[in-house]
Design a protein around this ligand. Structure first.
Ligand code: ATP
Ligand code: MG
Length: 761
């Protein structure tokens, strides 16, 4: 047996040795799916398949880099194209940009830029948006794009006002993007998928070129990704997909579980390999994961076993509040490291949303626990960084109107919104970009001579900067800082904030230099501004995360996918957080939340702790926290239930009883939480301690006054604080039954009925 196949079990080997024809590797977490992909690439290379015929696609830059590294190790010297879907789309689009009306130096707009563009379009169309925010409209357009519905195919649905707005806005938005030679993230896939669909020759060429295509985490593909993969696997249907339907967590971004569930229909000759041995986790951890995910209805059961030692029971800990939770986790980690049992990097702390990391960050700092927080995009999102990069964008793509707007008066040059408006009107009439219209400023109606001179100076600046476009990123960024006056402007200020900004733009210079250096080391890679910009546009959350550092990792559950850690802490397993409030009225979303919890749990190798608190400071308010319904689904009899703080007196103020865990301000949920009035809990020791177990068994039903089933749609109900209202919608059942009620003076409010003081009238 070759060395490559050693260390693989028979099922894994079968998958690795599979050469031609479609292959589906369907398996649970920790069973070696990712390992199989890398070994299969190395195996193909060992058979003499040229590296350029192999394409491996993943979802994050980190996963791609990791896979590249492992292939390097197994097959030194071979350069296989391992990429994220979006980077692959971006590269292909540079090559075929003109075919879809773009320039090859097109700009990629992030969500913020796309929203800004959309806002401009809505303003210029002057259509009534009936209270729909640009975000809602953007989400609807994104959804259409992910389903490969182009602007001209989008049909409004009768009686659906949002779809009517989208039908009007989407074509204009797309036109504006093309005119600026820009794309949004969804376009990276949409343009390529449509090109492949429309151009049979191109499709055949690329199918021939990418003879062997591999995809990890196939369960998270959306329609556009599906079509792209399908198009590359017609004449050479050597598509190998690995995935786990139970780990599909991107439904909200358009991922379609059917892609994996129907793989066998799409490729009837597919070879399906199931991997059943888990190498990652202890039986204790797996059983918790298994019991939880078994609650999902839309799934196929899988068997998973492990030969790993049993390990300690999974802990479920009740804390008094979020700070107590943070301190408890910090202490546990510090004790383990001090005793020499563990290193800092053995630990990971997961949470549902970034906002939950604050308490733990603070306590880690206080206790000097080294940690790295995985939060990639933030640096490039800072205002000063976006400003400087906007200059680079405009240099690289002079049609980029958004970049023009961002830079023309930053730092202040006396060019106001009115002037930009006039330039914009002129540009629109002549079908040219803002920068081009700026060249004609002197002859534009309403632009004074003085203003025209200021605009001309800006044009001269951009002409000066033009010399740096083809060169290294560092030189371009440095030229921007010098010539634009941006650095000088900050240096001249004595505000603390500006000094911070100054430090950040110097940091950007370092970032650009490091990029250039990395490119120089890489064979055949070109260090230039455009490549650098592309990197800044396509950053992922996990990009900055370094697993070689001996630090505790803090990240969201979404970022944790595919990773593994010896010890995992999962915080705030609470109703409205995990499951997220968004899933309250939607069984499909609730199942996705459960999968998200499953993903978190299955990252743990040896130890796992789930925790919830009785009170939590969240979104600026102190709230009573209800244990997550997911906790009630766990095999608590085999778990270690503990409470790390005495919490007899909850000290509830009436205000505490109203909880708003929603994302948007209009998604208020009023909870009248019964913990304080629940039957006297079984206590371990004085003072009275409410353990997870007692909270779970109390189940929150104690204070229920009216059966949730007594409510009907249209019924009038009374609320002690909000007055009389009418039930609009009802969903869920039993303790999970929820209602939306409209009150004349307070608008629409949502309730968990079992916890609400609502009374039918
Ligand atoms: P996930 O669904 O979470 O992405 P996965 O199926 O991709 O998991 P891998 O990350 O490939 O699983 O493997 C999990 C762990 O098990 C890794 O540490 C891997 O090195 C190890 N492993 C996989 N197969 C074997 C094997 N045959 N022998 C020893 N260790 C293995
Ligand atoms: Mg994996």
């Amino acid at each position: 047996m070759t060395k490559l196949l050693e260390g693989l079990n028979p099922a894994q080997r079968e998958a690795v040795e599979h050469v031609d024809g479609p292959l589906l590797i369907l398996a649970g977490p920790g069973s070696g799916k990712t390992r199989v992909v890398t070994h299969r690439i190395a195996h193909l290379l060992s058979l003499g398949v040229p590296a350029w015929q192999i394409l491996a696609l993943t979802f994050t830059n980190k996963a791609a880099a990791e896979m590249r590294l492992r292939v390097e190790r197994l097959a030194p010297g071979e350069k296989v194209w391992v990429s994220t879907f979006h980077r692959f789309g971006a590269k292909m689009l540079r090559k075929y940009a003109e075919r879809v009306g773009l320039d090859p130096n097109y700009t990629i707009y992030d969500a913020g830029d796309a929203r800004q563009t959309l806002k401009r379009v809505i303003e210029s169309l002057q259509i009534p948006v009936m209270g729909y925010t640009p975000d809602r409209i953007a989400a609807a357009i994104s959804k259409a794009k992910n389903r490969l519905i182009g602007p001209e195919e989008f049909k409004p649905r009768p009686g659906n006002p949002l779809s009517e707005i989208v039908a009007a806005v989407y074509p204009a938005y797309q036109q504006r993007l093309i005119a600026s030679s820009a794309v949004d993230f969804d376009d990276l896939l949409l343009h390529i998928a449509r090109l492949l669909h429309d151009d049979a020759d191109l499709r055949a060429n690329l199918d021939e070129r990418f003879r062997y295509v591999m995809v990890d985490e196939y369960q998270d593909t959306n329609r556009a990704q599906y079509v792209l993969l399908r198009a590359l696997s017609v004449d050479h249907p050597n598509l190998a997909a690995t995935g786990d339907p139970d780990q599909s967590i991107y439904g909200w971004r358009g991922a379609d579980l059917n892609n994996i569930l129907e793989f066998e229909n799409d490729y009837p000759s597919v070879k399906v390999v199931r991997l059943e041995q888990n190498y990652r986790s202890t039986p204790a951890i797996l059983s918790v994961a298994d019991t939880l995910i078994a609650q999902n209805k839309k799934r196929k059961a899988k068997s998973l076993f492990t030969e790993n030692p049993e390990g300690p029971p999974v802990r479920l800990v009740t804390y008094a509040d979020g700070d107590d939770e943070a301190r408890g986790v910090a202490t546990a980690i510090r004790d383990a490291v001090r005793s020499g049992r563990r290193r800092w990097s053995d630990f990971a702390v997961f949470y549902r949303v970034n906002a939950l990391s604050r308490a733990i960050e603070r306590v880690f700092r206080q206790q000097q626990i080294p940690f790295q927080m995985v939060r990639g995009q933030e640096f490039y999102q800072r205002r000063e960084i976006k400003d400087v990069l906007a200059y680079c964008q405009l240099m690289n793509n002079p049609k980029d109107d958004l970049a023009f707007e961002r830079t023309v008066n930053s730092p202040a040059r006396g060019i106001g919104a009115k002037t930009i408006q006039r330039l914009g009107d002129y540009a629109y009439r002549h079908g040219i970009s803002l920068l081009e219209s700026a060249r004609d400023a002197a002859q534009i109606d309403g632009v004074t001579k003085r203003t025209a001179t200021l605009v001309a100076k800006f044009v001269t600046l951009m002409d000066t900067l033009d010399a740096y476009v083809g060169g290294p990123a560092e030189e371009a960024v440095s030229a921007v800082l010098e010539h634009s006056g941006y650095r000088k402007h900050l240096q001249g200020s004595d505000s603390e904030e500006d000094l911070n900004r100054l430090a950040n733009i110097e940091e950007l210079l370092t970032d650009a230099r490091q990029f250039d250096e990395a490119m120089e080391e890489e064979e055949g890679a070109e260090a230039n501004l455009e490549a650098y910009l592309e990197r800044t546009w396509l950053v992922n959350e996990t990009d900055g995360w370094d697993d070689d550092n001996d630090k505790v990792t803090l990240m969201t559950l979404h970022a944790a996918k595919g990773l593994e850690f010896p010890v995992v802490f999962l915080l705030a397993v609470e109703d409205g957080i995990l499951p997220h409030e968004r899933s309250a009225n939607d069984p499909t979303q609730l199942e996705e939340e459960r999968r998200l919890a499953f993903v978190g749990i299955t990252r743990a190798e040896q130890e796992l702790q789930l925790s919830h608190a009785l009170r939590r400071d969240y979104r600026g308010q102190r709230r009573i926290a209800i244990p997550s319904s997911f906790l009630m689904e766990l095999p608590t009899d085999t778990m270690d239930l503990a409470q790390l703080a005495a919490t007899d007196d909850l000290g509830l103020a009436p205000d505490d009883l109203i909880g708003d865990w929603g994302d948007a301000p209009d998604e208020e949920v009023y909870r009248h939480e019964p913990i304080a009035k629940a039957p006297e809990p079984v206590t371990v020791e004085a003072p009275a301690i409410k353990t997870a177990a007692t909270l779970l068994s109390a189940g929150g039903m104690g204070a229920m006054r009216v059966s949730p089933d007594a409510f009907k749609i249209g019924m009038e109900v009374e609320h002690p604080e909000l007055g009389v209202g009418t039930v609009l919608t009802l969903s869920g059942s039993g303790k999970g039954r929820r209602a939306a009620v409209i009150f004349p003076d307070h608008g629409e409010k949502r309730f968990v009925l079992a916890f609400s003081p609502l009374r039918p009238l």
